[in-house]
Design a binder for this molecule. Structure first.
Ligand SMILES: CC(=O)SCCNC(=O)CCNC(=O)[C@H](O)C(C)(C)COP(=O)(O)OP(=O)(O)OC[C@H]1O[C@@H](n2cnc3c(N)ncnc32)[C@H](O)[C@@H]1OP(=O)(O)O
Ligand SMILES: O=CC(=O)O
Ligand SMILES: [Mg+2]
Length: 360
């Protein structure tokens, strides 16, 4: 463990200096593709600018016999694609205990490290996994002569990882964020589910009996299996100044439930999610962008609050410093997204600004 004084010192001679603040680039949608799948890979150049992050996946969902092909395919795509300002390139490497992780890191950092923004590390168990990757990345960055540090994103998908979530989030200045990995986490926890994310109809609460009649029809309400873990993840990320994300939603056809799951994560504080199939891209972008109504309301609150202190009434509701701060979070996100998304810029511009909304 490094001393707090050394936290921002490079871990290898010649490695770039770690960042003091994680860049808040839009990452509403982290789109997964398999670089060894020719059809999917062929679609990548056309997706630049339409998704915030393109992630070349090397881990689960890539056949063992195709691991080297996926790695080589990602190198080729990284070299041959201009990702512009609006789209980042990430990868998900194989797990640290697999036969492929070392070569994934060595090859990608030395060959296309200048193109890679973030490396997603699966099945992280504790801060020691991040420390291992941190030092290795510093050595490889020095070897490759990189000028900016590659950031690290951990998937929360083991029970031990969840128990250690605060230490993982704060393990290195490279930590960019955390994603929920509900499929592996369910298996590791021995949950009795068989799905990739989303809810389960059996996880419910039931209305109390009316007049003591337990046999009468009683309303049931499905509950969110992931609420606890997402909330813990969001707190750990906020505490360490990094970003939380929902992960995969495996029922590709059920776009309605997918949107619900994404929205729950957005409302709880997540900044984005994964998309596994093109059909999930627009859902993610829509859900993780503040609505025009939210932006308009936030502007009205800012305008009504004046110097930001005291309490005011707006539409019959009390607003004060705390609701103002929530509105500022919303507006800051809207501004950041509008800077790279012309459609959102237009949408938000159509809403009344603080002066027009004041006192309305
Ligand atoms: C638990 C976890 O670890 S989740 C993360 C790991 N899993 C993944 O990354 C899964 C990524 N996604 C996929 O592999 C695929 O989308 C699947 C297997 C879910 C579905 O694939 P398909 O059955 O081919 O879907 P479908 O027929 O609807 O595809 C339509 C088109 O979109 C393309 N497509 C599908 N998924 C993607 C993708 N993620 N990126 C780009 N293109 C895609 C298909 O190649 C197909 O192209 P075509 O019209 O030229 O034939
Ligand atoms: O990798 C993701 C998961 O849900 O497992
Ligand atoms: Mg997983």
């Amino acid at each position: 463990m490094r001393s707090p004084k050394d936290f921002f010192a490079p871990l290898a001679v010649g490695a770039p200096t770690p960042l003091r603040e994680v860049p808040a680039r839009p990452s509403r949608v982290i789109h997964f593709f398999d670089p060894s799948n020719a059809k999917m890979a062929a679609k990548v150049p056309a997706m630049v600018g339409t998704v915030d992050v393109l992630l070349g996946n090397l881990e689960d969902a890539v056949r063992a016999a195709r691991k080297e092909a996926a790695r080589a395919g990602l190198v080729e795509i990284a070299r041959g694609t201009d990702f512009g300002e609006a789209t980042q390139l990430w990868t998900r490497i194989n797990s640290l205990d697999s036969p492929w992780a070392l070569d994934d890191l060595t090859t990608l950092v030395t060959e296309v490290g200048d193109k890679l923004d973030v490396i997603m590390v699966p099945k992280v168990q504790g801060p020691e996994d991040i420390h291992y990757v941190d030092r290795l990345l510093a050595q490889l960055e020095a070897r490759a002569g990189l000028q900016r540090p590659i950031l690290v994103h951990a998937i929360l998908e083991t029970a031990r990882g969840v128990a250690n979530v605060e230490q993982i989030a704060g393990a290195s200045p490279r930590m960019q964020g955390l994603s929920l990995g509900p499929a592996d986490l369910a298996a590791d926890r021995r949950m009795k589910t068989t799905r990739v994310g989303g809810g389960h109809p059996g996880y419910l609460v039931r209305q109390d009996p009316v007049d003591g009649d337990i046999n009468a029809n009683r309303q049931t309400y499905q509950q969110d299996l992931w609420h606890y873990t997402i909330a813990r993840m969001v707190d750990a990320c906020a505490m360490h100044g990094i970003f939380p994300y929902y992960g995969p939603f495996g029922d590709i056809q059920d776009v309605v439930a997918c949107e619900d799951q994404f929205r729950n994560a957005f409302l709880l504080g997540c900044v984005g999610t994964w998309s596994l199939h093109p059909v999930q891209v627009e859902i993610a972008k829509r859900v993780f962008s503040p609505s025009a109504e939210d932006v308009a309301h936030a502007r009205r609150v800012v305008a009504a609050m004046g110097d930001g202190t005291a309490a005011v009434m707006l539409d019959g509701k009390m607003e004060d410093d705390a609701s103002l701060k929530q509105c500022l979070v919303m507006l800051e996100l809207a501004e950041r997204l509008a800077a790279t998304d012309p459609e959102l810029a237009q949408l938000y511009a159509a809403e009344p600004g603080p002066s027009e909304g004041a006192g309305a």
